[in-house]
Ligand binder design. Structure first.
Ligand code: NI
Ligand code: MN
Length: 225
């Protein structure tokens, strides 16, 4: 069984078969997070792109847990330079880790790191754990590759940004939900900053009107995928 815990914004944890990972660990400064970096116990950290609201507390969590970061090559090097073990990958590549498998997908966005370093190209993530496939679209506008990745890698749950301004807004996110053909979709990356307000229940309602199953996971809630 695969369990997902949502910490708000794009930060979530996945747990299966006694292994745990955290994705885009933005907790400090995340108004919706109910946990602190010191509370996190994980086997790995996944980072989709270099922006501060995604890199978040990765360095502290990695050091606390003596675990590694998985990200694109440029971001992996940035973590390595700070004494954090990192595994670099890139778009289209997949790798199997002791806790599961990851493939990096395209995301249309930026990726500069908090100190201004070059952070390569931003990514979405396909994550296989506990016999399920989770697609985290990352920070991105809608793109038709979502249909291809969904066809090649049947998706159980897709996490799609709905907050607009920096990513897809609600209208495009509903189209993205249709494109990726996931069994279920979940809205993310909304209401964290004043500039990204969105109604997650409206997203789910509009997905349901298109025959797509959607679920709002509350901040801090743990659900079975
Ligand atoms: Ni971003
Ligand atoms: Mn973001």
């Amino acid at each position: 069984m695969l369990k997902l815990t949502y910490h708000g914004h794009s930060c979530f944890e996945l747990e299966a078969e006694g292994k745990r990972v955290i994705v885009d660990p933005f907790l400090t400064g995340n108004v919706h997070a109910k946990v602190k970096p010191a509370d996190i116990r994980v086997d790995a950290i996944l980072v989709s792109h270099g922006h501060g609201d995604h890199v978040g507390d990765a360095v502290q969590i990695a050091k606390n847990n003596r675990c590694g970061v998985v990200s694109n090559f440029e971001i992996a090097n940035w973590f390595s330079a700070q004494g954090v073990e990192a595994h670099g990958m890139h778009i289209g590549g997949s790798h199997t880790f002791p806790w599961g498998r990851v493939k990096l997908t395209p995301a249309w966005h930026g990726s500069s790191l908090p100190d201004g370093s070059y952070g390569g190209t931003p990514a979405g993530l396909l994550i296989w754990m506990g016999g399920k496939c989770v697609y985290f679209a990352g920070d991105t506008g809608i793109h038709s590759d979502m249909a291809l990745y969904g066809r090649l890698n049947p998706i159980d749950l897709a996490l799609l940004p709905i907050g607009d301004n920096f990513t897809m807004g609600l209208d495009d996110a509903v189209e993205a939900a249709a494109l990726c053909q996931a069994k279920e979709v979940m809205p993310i990356h909304y209401d964290t900053f004043p500039v990204i307000p969105a109604d997650p229940h409206e997203f789910v309602k509009r997905c349901q009107a298109r025959g797509i199953k959607g679920r709002v996971v509350e901040f801090g809630q743990t659900v079975a995928v």
